[in-house]
Design a protein around this ligand. Structure first.
Ligand code: OOG
Ligand code: NI
Length: 482
C-alpha cells in the first residue's frame, strides 16, 4: 500500500483554529455576532477603498488569536509541545504582575514568513505562579486541586508523541499509515486537542472552595476550578476597529469603554489596537460538599464570569526605538489621565502627536520594520552603489531609484498594557485584585524553565524578517558581494 505523507504543521493549525472557532461560536453566540460585525465592517472598508474582497491576503479570512490560562508547569510544558506540533512557538514574555495578577506567560505563534502567511493563529498563554498567591492556605488548596487535573487525554499524549516522531497522517491523503491503520490521526489529534479548550459548566470543586479561591483572586478561581483550560476569548482581526466599536455599542453589546493601544486617527497604523465586550455571567454547577457520602452528583448552582469577546486591528511592527517611543508616549498619556483627570483618548491623541505618521519618516527614523522587495530589475550597469553607506542607506537609494519597494511588517504580538486592560475589564465582581509581590528575580527565565525552551524575542524576529528581505533584494540585484 502507498504510504501517506504527514500533514504539515500549518495545515494542522488551520484545521485546528477552524474547529475552535466553530466550537466557540456555539458556546458564546456573541462571538458569532462580533465576527459578523467584523465581516460587515471590513466589507464596507474594502468597498470604500474600491477594493475587491479577494485583494485581502489569504490569512485575513480566518485570522484569530485566543487566550488560555494554565495552572501548572506541567500543563504549560505539555501545551508548548502541542502548539509546537501546530507550528507555534513561544514569543515574547508578559508578566501580568504589572496589574496585580499572579500570572505570567507568552504568546505561541508561527514565526516563519511562510507559516505566518498561511495562518497566523496565536494563543496568549499564561500560567499561574503559586508563589504570588498571598494566602498560604489558598496556595496549597490551588496546588492540590491542580495536581489531580489531567488536561491531556492519554490518546492525545500518544498522538503527540507520534506527531513528534513521524508526523500525523490524514485519511484524505489516501493510503494507510505506517501502522497499517486506516483511521484519521489528524482528525483525532484535533478533536482530542479541542477538548482542552472546551468550556465545562460543571466545576470540579464545591461552591465553598470556588468562593475562597475567588476571594483570593478571580483568576485563581478561573484557572483552578474547571476540568479544562477553556479558551476565554477568540479574537478576529478587523480593518477598522473604531467602526466595530461603534457597531458593538449600537447593537447593545456590553463593549469596554475605550480602545487599547495607539490613538484613533493615525494614517500609519502601528502595533495593535484592541477592544472587547465584557465577560458574561454563566451558569455553573458545583460539586456537592458531601458528594461521596450521598453518592449523588446533582450539584449546586452558581455562576462564573470568564469568557468574553475581543476584536483587534493590527498595524506595523516597531523597532526597539519605535517601541521605546510608544511606551514613553503611552506612559505620559496615562500620567495625564491620572494626575490631570484627562480622558485617555484625548491624552493619547495629544502625546502621540510626537509619533511620526508617514511611512517614509517611520522608515528613515528607524521606528518601523519593513519588508523590501525588488520592483523592477535594472541593467546591472545602472546600479550605482553607495559603497561605504551600508544596507539601510543602499535600500533608500534603491527605493529612490524605483528599483526596490517596501511595505511595513505586520505586528504579530501583544501589548502588556493592552492585555492588562483586557484582563482587568473582564474580572467580574469588584475590579482590580492585587497579588502578593516579592523580589522579582528573573521571571522570564523562570517561565523558560517551565516551558523547557527559550522564549523568542519578537523584535529579533522582525529584525530577522527585515534583514532576510534586504538580503534577498541584494541577491536578486547581484549586490551581495559588495
Ligand atoms: C489574556 C488577555 C490578553 C490580549 O489580547 O492582550 C489578551 C487573558 O485574559 O487570559 O488576550
Ligand atoms: Ni486577546
Amino acid at each position: 500500500s502507498t504510504a501517506r505523507a504527514p500533514v504539515d504543521a500549518d495545515a494542522l493549525r488551520t484545521r485546528f483554529v477552524q474547529q475552535l472557532s466553530d466550537m466557540y461560536r456555539d458556546e458564546v453566540p456573541l462571538y458569532g455576532d462580533l465576527v459578523d460585525i467584523v465581516r460587515t465592517v471590513d466589507a464596507s472598508v474594502l468597498a470604500s477603498r474600491s477594493l475587491d474582497p479577494s485583494s485581502l491576503p489569504v490569512r485575513h479570512s480566518l485570522e484569530r488569536h485566543g487566550a488560555i490560562r494554565l495552572g501548572t508547569a506541567q500543563e504549560m510544558r505539555q501545551m508548548a509541545r502541542l502548539f509546537r506540533i501546530m507550528g507555534m512557538h513561544p514569543v515574547g514574555y508578559y508578566d501580568l504582575q504589572i496589574v496585580g495578577f499572579p500570572l505570567h506567560g507568552t504568546a505561541f505563534r508561527p514565526v516563519s514568513e511562510r507559516s505566518l502567511s498561511a495562518n497566523p493563529f496565536r494563543v496568549f498563554t499564561t500560567v499561574l505562579r503559586p508563589c504570588r498567591i498571598a494566602s498560604p492556605s489558598v496556595r496549597q488548596l490551588a496546588e492540590s486541586i491542580l495536581s489531580k487535573r489531567q488536561l491531556f487525554s492519554p490518546r492525545l499524549v500518544e498522538l503527540m508523541a507520534k506527531a513528534e516522531r513521524t508526523g500525523l497522517r490524514s485519511r484524505a491523503c489516501g493510503g494507510e499509515d505506517d501502522d497499517g491503520n486506516d483511521g484519521d490521526e489528524v482528525e483525532e489529534f484535533i478533536s482530542e486537542s479541542i477538548k482542552i479548550f472546551k468550556w465545562h459548566s460543571r466545576s470540579t470543586v464545591p461552591l465553598s472552595t470556588y468562593l475562597s479561591l475567588l476571594r483570593e483572586h478571580p483568576m485563581v478561581a478561573d484557572i483552578v476550578c474547571f476540568p479544562s483550560a477553556h479558551i476565554n476569548h477568540l479574537t478576529p482581526r478587523t480593518l477598522d476597529i473604531d467602526a466595530v466599536q461603534d457597531e458593538m455599542i449600537r447593537r447593545g453589546l456590553p463593549a469596554k469603554e475605550c480602545i487599547e493601544g495607539p490613538p484613533a486617527g493615525r494614517k500609519c497604523e502601528i502595533l495593535l489596537r484592541q477592544t472587547s465586550f465584557r465577560a458574561l455571567q454563566e451558569r455553573v454547577t458545583f460539586v456537592e460538599e458531601k458528594v461521596e457520602r450521598n453518592g449523588g452528583c446533582q450539584g449546586v448552582d452558581g455562576t462564573h464570569t470568564a469568557r468574553f469577546g475581543e476584536v483587534e486591528q493590527r498595524g506595523a511592527a516597531v523597532t526597539k526605538k519605535g517601541r521605546e517611543l510608544y511606551d514613553r508616549l503611552l506612559m505620559s498619556a496615562m500620567r495625564m489621565k491620572e494626575t490631570a483627570g484627562r480622558r485617555m483618548d484625548e491624552a493619547l491623541r495629544e502625546t502621540f502627536a510626537e509619533y511620526p505618521d508617514d511611512w517614509e519618516t517611520l522608515r528613515k527614523d528607524g521606528l518601523v520594520f519593513f519588508r523590501y522587495r525588488v520592483r523592477a530589475k535594472p541593467a546591472a550597469a545602472q546600479l550605482s552603489l553607495g559603497g561605504e553607506s551600508g544596507a539601510a542607506a543602499r535600500m533608500e537609494d534603491l527605493i529612490r531609484a524605483g528599483v526596490v519597494e517596501c511595505e511595513p511588517i505586520t505586528y504579530e504580538d501583544f501589548l502588556p498594557f493592552s492585555a492588562a486592560g483586557i484582563f482587568t475589564s473582564n474580572l467580574g465582581g469588584d475590579g482590580r485584585k492585587i497579588c502578593k509581590t516579592g523580589a522579582n528575580g528573573d521571571t522570564r527565565a523562570e517561565l523558560e524553565a517551565v516551558i523547557g525552551q527559550p522564549v523568542l524575542c519578537e523584535t529579533e524576529l522582525y529584525h530577522g524578517l527585515q534583514n532576510a528581505s534586504v538580503e534577498e533584494c541584494e541577491r536578486e540585484l547581484g549586490l551581495k558581494e559588495i
